[in-house]
Design a binder for this molecule. Structure first.
Ligand code: ADP
Ligand code: MG
Ligand code: ZN
Length: 478
């Protein structure tokens, strides 16, 4: 009997702080890192008699997101009160959306979207104490600056099947939101936050297992590790004959420990009811037109265009399209008129330049202009400089900037015109290494590297390994 194999099933709930100028229901400016409680007013402090007003720009961003995700946009949606009692909410309820969200359904890549709705963020609780850790005797202080910040909550269907796919998909969502310009999507600052719902089931079955929810993970790596750890925990339970409890969990990235925040039994009853102080959101054709006009080319469409129109590999197209800054740099280089071929240009940007600047660097911040990179790649393509010589030019461009053709000339890195140039050096290399020459003569090409190394040294890297091998074979009549 073979052991049962399990697969992981994941659905994500993502909270995105919208980059509007003001809060969701009042005129307070949004802020991050400002002195506590400096951006508040009667509305976001819930003083009696104050009335909320819906932020039109937040609705606009919500519509853009819905359009980008292919959602159905509700012609009329309403806000509800979600009641709960906690010091991060002065009203003792959150204004959110319930059964009539702004956007229904949709898809991004392989993952179906369940819904997107708008709500307001809670205030920020800061736990302090003499111990530096939270104890019952210690204090919690509240910063209301964050309270009332517009949020969009994106809920996916349970379509993801492993931790890496979940993190990759989230990266795709983040770059989509970034290109839309609706959020800063900064996980460390909390403008993009993700809860992962996780269950496992025997491979080949279709019924969903009992899910648990990992709360508020604030980096892609933690999300990946948290999902993996939770799937392993559930598998151990099932293999031990137990059952998974539906609960909300916390993952500690330092210790990998998973602890329970609350179980199904103490789940909240939010007593949702329509917010009586707000009118329903009625979406007009003018609002739809404005959102449509504001839509930029989205990363998935850009990747498809790079593959279709430029013939880029799938991998290169995705790298450039999902990292907007790389795509912009690449397109600037391509259109600079230097005549670089698309795929080699993508390789030089993705492999050579990024590996030198750091994988997460933005090349636009370096001294290498897009036009300079394109010129360098064009010089390689025209065989006016070898790969090795071009790498040296790139190092120079990174440290000093400048013009690749001039650097090639000034440093004497130009590739020699024809194969005749190198023939005497290859002969000299054979003469200097008689034992190697002997093996080569016998057809054993293994030590060819010695000859290549010699010629490279003599030519300061301007020769080409393939060309040297050809010359050796020609000279030996092989
Ligand atoms: P809840 O009512 O507990 O919030 P929902 O049905 O609204 O649950 O789903 C919340 C999220 O959990 C969605 O992203 C959904 O895709 C995901 N989800 C639902 N059931 C499962 C399951 N069995 N395994 C994994 N994810 C699930
Ligand atoms: Mg939920
Ligand atoms: Zn306010």
């Amino acid at each position: 009997m073979s052991a049962i194999e399990y697969e992981t099933v994941i659905g994500l709930e993502i909270h995105v702080q919208l980059a509007t100028v003001t809060k969701m229901f009042c005129g307070c400016p949004l802020s991050f890192g400002d002195p506590p409680n400096t951006h508040t007013c009667p509305v976001c402090l819930a003083l009696p008699g104050s009335l909320p007003v819906t932020n039109a720009e937040a609705i606009h961003y919500g519509l853009m997101m819905g359009m980008a995700l292919g959602s159905e946009l509700a012609p009329r949606s309403i806000f509800h009160r979600k009641n709960y009692f906690y010091p991060d909410s002065p009203k003792a309820y959150q204004i959110s959306q319930y059964d009539e969200p702004l956007c229904l359904g949709g898809r991004l890549g392989d993952v179906r979207i369940h819904r997107v709705h708008l709500e307001e963020d809670a205030a920020k609780l800061v736990h302090v104490g003499a111990s530096g850790r939270l104890h019952a005797s210690d204090a919690s202080i509240v910063d209301f600056n964050r309270g009332g910040t517009p949020l969009a909550e994106i809920v996916t269907e349970p379509d993801l099947r492993d931790a890496t796919a979940a993190a990759d998909w989230l990266r795709m969502l983040r770059s989509t939101l970034r290109v839309l310009g609706v959020s800063d999507v900064n996980m460390e600052e909390g403008s993009l936050r993700c809860d992962a719902n996780i269950s496992i089931r025997p491979v080949g079955t279709t019924e969903l297992g009992t899910k648990t929810e990992l709360k508020n993970m604030n980096s892609f790596r933690y999300i990946e590790r948290g999902i993996r750890a939770e799937a392993a925990r559930q598998e151990a339970i099932l293999r031990g004959g137990g059952t998974v409890e539906q609960e909300t969990l916390h993952f500690d990235p330092r210790t990998e420990a998973i602890t329970s925040l609350r179980s199904k039994e103490d789940a909240h009853d939010y007593r949702y009811f329509p917010e009586p102080d707000l009118t329903p959101v009625a979406i007009s054709q003018a609002m739809l037109d404005r959102a449509q006009a504001a839509l930029p080319e989205l990363p998935l469409a850009r990747a498809e265009r790079f593959e279709r129109d430029l013939g880029l590999s799938d991998e290169a197209a995705r790298l450039l399209a999902f990292r907007t800054e790389l795509g912009d740099y690449y397109e600037a280089a391509l259109s600079s008129g230097a005549g670089a071929e698309p795929q080699p240009l993508a390789n030089w940007l993705g492999n050579e330049l990024l590996s030198r600047l750091g994988a997460d660097a933005d090349p636009a911040d370096s001294k290498v202009t897009p036009a300079a990179l394109a010129q360098l790649v064009a010089l390689v393509g025209a065989k006016r400089v070898t790969q090795g010589g071009a790498r040296q030019v790139l190092d120079k461009l990174i440290s000093d900037g400048g013009d690749p053709a001039r650097i090639v000339e000034a440093e004497g890195l130009g590739a020699h015109g024809g194969s005749e140039d190198h023939a005497p050096i290859v002969e000299a290399a054979r003469a200097a290494n008689p034992d190697v020459a002997e093996k080569l003569r016998g057809g054993d090409m293994k030590p060819i590297g010695v000859i290549v190394g010699y010629v490279m040294k003599q030519t300061k890297g301007r020769a080409d390994g393939g060309e040297i091998t050809r010359l050796v074979r020609a000279q030996l009549g092989l």
